[in-house]
Design a protein around this ligand. Structure first.
Ligand SMILES: [Zn+2]
Length: 320
């Protein structure tokens, strides 16, 4: 199983320490977030994650994107939304440098964008569009985000679109499907759609989206396990509860993985697939981003996830 993360990591910034950094600070060009990216990437590599993120440290999942797109002032829409220049590329390249310095073995980076419906739902529409559900706003966001994806795709092994708003039922799923199709068209790397929350009621629709992997939370929403009987895509399996600070045990995570595999056996898609083969269809990750957690807790949770998956796979092989 590929071990990955959903995206965000606790933000550990560093104040300028030496003369050079202090000088850069006086000139207004000292970047406090470089250390935060370094910490996020190093922690993920140390924990044994295969596809890491840059930690999404520069703001919340909406801030990062609205800051870089034309048409926004803070989280207010003041004009037509358009792509200006790559938003996350610089940090992705820096994450790659850290990987090249530190990693043994092959490691990948996940390029992450916040989905058009989730951005539309989180901003104040003051101009140009009617309201937060205006389809033109959603499609303009999709077109702008597509340009972002095109700008990073050569540097990442997978793209993830975060659309948590879809599990609330507030957005029309046909509009969301069309917007995501627009983003994914002609993209060279696999695309993951991350929707946290309870997706049991909207899963049938999500299963028809033009993406390669559906990523959901299973540790904090056990009800979602039922979707494994019918899923027709690869699975992003959230197996670490990111809503609580207590760290689960390796056995807790292994039990959840065992349960998932048993349900997957009922899926017609896997009827002729051996257990060991089935694991190739699964990417494991925490339920959601880890930004709100204390950094030591986030690291421990990743470590538990990695240890659990490795033990689980070893035991499965031994049984064969
Ligand atoms: Zn999430």
């Amino acid at each position: 199983m590929i071990k990955t993360v959903v995206g965000s990591y606790p933000v550990v910034t560093k104040e300028p320490e030496n003369i050079w950094e202090k000088l850069l600070d006086i000139l207004g060009i000292y970047d406090r977030y470089r250390y935060a990216i370094e910490r996020a990437v190093k922690d993920q590599l140390d924990a044994g994650v295969d596809i890491v993120s840059d930690g999404q440290v520069r703001g919340d999942m909406v801030e990062i994107f609205v800051k870089g797109l034309y048409g926004f002032e803070d989280k207010r829409v003041v004009g037509r939304v358009e792509f200006l220049e790559p938003i996350t590329l610089k940090d992705i390249k820096f994450a790659r440098e850290i990987i090249d310095r530190q990693a043994r073995g092959k490691k990948g980076i996940k390029g992450i964008i916040t989905g058009p419906c989730t951005i539309a739902a989180s901003v104040k529409v003051e101009n140009y569009y009617c309201d937060n559900r205006d389809e033109t706003l959603i499609y303009d966001l999709a077109n702008a985000l597509k340009r972002e994806v095109e700008s990073i795709q050569d540097y990442v092994s997978v793209i993830q679109i975060d659309e948590p708003i879809l599990s609330t039922g507030l957005y029309d799923l046909d509009t969301a499907r069309r917007a995501i199709k627009r983003i994914c068209e002609n993209i060279k790397v696999p695309v993951v759609l991350h929707v946290c929350g309870d997706v049991s009621d909207i899963f049938q629709e999500l299963n028809t989206f033009n993406v390669d992997v559906l990523d959901h939370e299973f540790a904090s929403t056990r009800k979602n396990l039922d979707i494994l009987e019918e899923i027709s895509k690869k699975i992003g399996f959230g197996c670490i509860n990111t809503k609580i600070k207590s760290v689960e045990s390796v056995d807790d995570v292994k039990d959840l993985l065992k349960e998932a595999l048993e349900i997957l056996r009922n899926n017609p898609l896997f009827s002729d697939v051996k257990d060991e083969e089935m694991l190739k269809y699964i990417m494991i990750d925490p339920d959601c981003g880890m930004r709100p957690l204390p950094v030591d807790v986030a690291y421990k949770k990743l470590k538990v996830m990695v240890n659990a998956s490795e033990e689980f796979e070893r035991e499965l092989r031994e049984r064969l």
